[in-house]
Design a protein around this ligand. Sequence first.
Ligand SMILES: [Zn+2]
Length: 374
Amino acid sequence: MKSQRHSLDKSIRYPRVVFIVGTGRSGSTVLDLFLGQHPTIQSAGELCNVVKSGWVGGEFCSCGERVPLCRFWTEVRKIWEELTGAKPEDYESLRSLVEGNRRTLWKMLRNDRPEMLLLSGKEPGEFLAYAQWTAALYRAIAEVSGKTLLIDSSKNPARALALVLMDHRLDLIDLYLIHLVRDIRGFVWSQRKSFQRDERAGVAHDLSPRPVWKSALVWLFVNSISERVIARHDLERTLFLRYEDFANDTLQTSLKLASFLNIAAQPWLEMMTSHKPLQAGHVVAGNRVRMQRHINIKPDNDWQTHLTTFQKVLCWFLAGWKARQYGYTWEPVAARTTTTGGHTLAGPHYVHSPRTTLDTVATPSENQYGLHKP
Ligand SMILES: [Zn+2]
């Protein structure tokens, strides 16, 4: 594998990136891994955290090694540094200004001229540096993996919007957006769980239960912003997907994904026919499921028995109107979905409607994931 800039062929210089946008705990890691079973696709996890958690923080890769010892990410870092001449710490500073600052998100929503975006207020070229270094990360992954499609399941709408600018205004990447949505009650139930820090198991920090009302408002806010981001991108390169549809009818979902990405569905169909579990490769950040040896897709039903009636009513009172736009009803999706397709369900009312509908996929250890797209 060559690491000189001039050696990069066209598919690497102009990487095709599939970005999953939406809330956390929506099944994005499982969808990411499912997509990555295709021979032309590299599953990369939450790339927004690779530099901070992996290169700088030294957290575990799903291959079982800490990132600084993982051959895949070591090679990616080497190529990235050759391409950019930058330090990971400097990139991380710019990345947090773009993706971790709500004011930058509003600026990007109001102004689509990235060359005019001021991040720290000191230098007007900061966004351009962020964009070029981010594109270099995708290029390095494409070169090391040899794959033509990369999955980034970071989900952060601010990163998604920055990528839209990188595609439309800077011509650095070829971007595909998947808006992944999980039933609000499944999301809220997932947020009610607590986890203790266990790096080897993929839990980087202690996680405390979140109040139902807070989770419901987060679900509403993040999905609403995700819709605004999606509306900024080309219709034919956006897709709405409900996790429940993916998990309940993975076959139809895989056909839609193949059509969306213009690739053959056969490798996914063969994998499903053989009942092989998903393999996690080299995923640094994301749901702890990535650290499991064998991963299966399973429906998201736990919330139905674990949430109280009051908690379900509170969810529906706060955000039921938005859930209905995504095709959810008071009755769980699983009870209504047929095995012949997820497009029986309505999608969100984007400024432009996504053209396809996908369903969701869940993990073996936790049924907390749900997706769908119109
Ligand atoms: Zn690894």
